[in-house]
Write a protein of this length. Sequence first.
Length: 465
Amino acid sequence: MPTNEKWDVYLKEYAAPQGRAPAFRTETMGCQMNERDSETIAGLLEEMGYVPAASRQEAAVIVVNTCSVREIADPRVFGILGQIKKVKEAHPALVTAVCGCMMQQQHVVDAVKSKYPWVDIIFGTHNIHMLPELLRNVVLEKHKATDVWDDGGEIVEGLPARRTFAFKAYINVMYGCDNYCSYCIVPYTRGRERSRATGEILREARALADSGAKEVMLLGQNVNSYRGAEDAQTAGFVDFPALLYRLAAVPGLERIRFMTSHPKDLSDRLIAAFRDCKKLCKVIHLPVQSGSSRTLARMNRRYTKEHYIALIEKLRDASPGIAVTTDIITGFPGETGADFEETLDLAEKIRFDSAFTFLYSARKGTPAAQFGDQVPEEEKHRRFNLLVERLNGITAEKNNAYLGRTERVLAEGRGKTGRDTLAGRTDSGKLVNFIGPLSLTGQMVDVRITGAKTFSLYGEIAARP
Ligand code: 5AD
Ligand code: SF4
C-alpha cells in the first residue's frame, strides 16, 4: 500500500476509538526564528491531519524546538525530555521529536541518542520540511530517525504555517549568518546566509495582510546583507531598504518591524528609511555586544565604539525619538575592568531604551571557546549585575519620558496586570497596559500614557479605532 494510503488508514484507525484526530504539541525555546519555525512545524503537522493538543497527555506527537544561543546545552531541554519520558510510559504510542539549533551540534545529538533513547526523531534547522516523512516512518514503520543536514542549500518555499496571531506575523527574509562573531554558534547551527526571493516575501506579506495582519516583523540574523532575487526566475537583486519600501506598499499592513541589524554594515539608506518610510516602526535593535573597541575586535565584530556611537547619532538625526535596543555580553574572554568601564560608559552615552544582557558562555566549536583568558565566573556576574542595574535605570528614565504622551498601540490581547487590562505595543516597541475590552484585540488604539515602570507603560484609552 502506498504511504499516503497507509497514512489515511492510520488516521482513521486512530480516530475510531479516540473520537478525534491525533494531536500535536510544539514546545519552543529561544528566539523569534525558532518561534517562526515552530509555526511551520505546526502547519506541516496540521496538513498531515493532526490537531493541536491541549496538553502533553493528549498529544500523539510532541516536537521540542531547542535553542543554543544562550546555553551550551540548555538544561530545560533535558528537563522537558525527562518529563516526556513519564508521559510516554503512560502513552507508549507517543512520538517524541527534538529539533532546532541544539540539534545542529553533533555532540548534542550524540548525548540525546545515548541518554534519552525514548526520543524517536531528531532533525535540524535545515530540514524542517522533512518532518512529515520522518514522522510517517516512525508511526507506520516504527523506524526511529536522525536526520540533520549540515547546511541549508536552497530555501524551501511554500511550507504551510499555523500562525500564532492573526493581526501580527513573523516573516523570514533571510536565513543563516556569515559573520562568525568569535563567541557565536549561529553560523554553525543556522548555516550560511541565504536570502528569500523578494517575490516570495511579498506574496507572503500580501496573504498575511489579506487575512488581517496589520504588523509584520521581518526576521534575519543580519538583514543588512539581504539580497533578494526579484523572483525565482529573474536576475535583478533587491536590497533590504528596497524590500522595506515594497512591503510598505502592501495594502492593509500598517507596521513593519525587523530584527536584527549588524552595526558594521547598517547602511545610510536603511537609516534614511526610518525617516522616509512611514510604516517602518521607529525602533532599531542594534546589538553592540561591548563598549570596548579592543573587545569588539576580539569578538570579530568589525566596528569600534566610536563607529557605533556615530551610527546612533545618524539614526537619531534621521528619526528623532527612535528607540534603540541592544544586546551586551559581559565577561567575554580577556575583558578587563577597563574594558567593562567602556561598556558602562557606552550605556551612559547611548541611553538604550532597553538591553538584553548576557553572561559570556563558551560555545564548543567557536574561536572564543579556545581563548585562554576566560573571566572568572564571580567577576562575570559582578559586572553583569552592575551593568543590568545601570541599564534598568536608564530604561526607566526613557519610559518616564512617555508620561503624558498619546501613543498609537496595537492591542495584542489580555495583559498580565489585571482582569480588564489589554496589553499592546507602541510603534517604538514599548509594552503598554491599559483597561479595555477584549474586542479591541488586533486594533490600533490611541492610548494616553499615565504611568511608567522599568519594563512597561500604563495608560488610558484616548481614542478608539
Ligand atoms: N555567550 C553569551 N551571549 C551570547 N550571545 C550569543 N552567543 C553568546 C555566548 N556564547 C548573545 C549575543 C547575541 C544574543 C542573541 O545572544 O549578545 O546578540
Ligand atoms: Fe552570531 Fe554575530 Fe551572526 Fe549575530 S552577527 S548571529 S552574533 S555570528
